[in-house]
Design a protein around this ligand. Sequence first.
Ligand code: ATP
Length: 199
Amino acid sequence: VFLKSITIQGFKSFADRVKLELGHGLSVVVGPNGSGKSNVADAIRWVLGEQSAKNLRGSKMEDVIFAGSNARRPVGMAEVSLVFDNTTGIFPLDYQEVVITRRVYRDGEGQYFINRSSCRLKDIHELFMDTGAGKEGFSIIGQGRVEELLNQKSEDRRTMLEEASGITKYRMRKREALKRLDETERNLERIRDILVEIE
Ligand code: ATP
């Protein structure tokens, strides 16, 4: 998956709209401590559906909205968009580019969009599951996590590799299918009971 650009507005330290264009290959974000490098990684994780404020280094979701500085008043909304290349058709959508957007307001109201159309988070997850860029968000490996990855239990490492190779989707479908099968089985059972009573 090729991430072409990130647009951040009102998210964490980014009060004004900022667009980061990424090239092919490796992109590096440099800057002094506290300048907002990790906030960029947080922004990517956030658009892709991160639900835990703690994983975004805050205590509540509202903490992702720019809280004001000496020079700037706080803003009321955070919005982040990721633009992905789709010339290879990796996403099953008839567009050359796929834009994923997430927005949140101070009252907690939030929205997700695929190519500017409102959607559910589930739609975004499904879109990505096939591509190998799952919920873990592009293998963003934050400070301290490299060691964590190396020390991971083999099952956890397997989960990560499965997500990266796009199997997770089938695993989820299997789980859903088994659940439906179980429900059908129980319905059948009930019908059999009724039949016995009728007879
Ligand atoms: P380091 O190299 O030390 O990890 P960094 O460049 O990764 O630094 P970040 O952690 O991304 O820096 O950015 C931290 C900055 O973001 C802090 O100055 C913090 O005040 C600011 N910040 C975080 N959340 C908000 C918010 N909601 N509103 C305004 N500023 C915020």
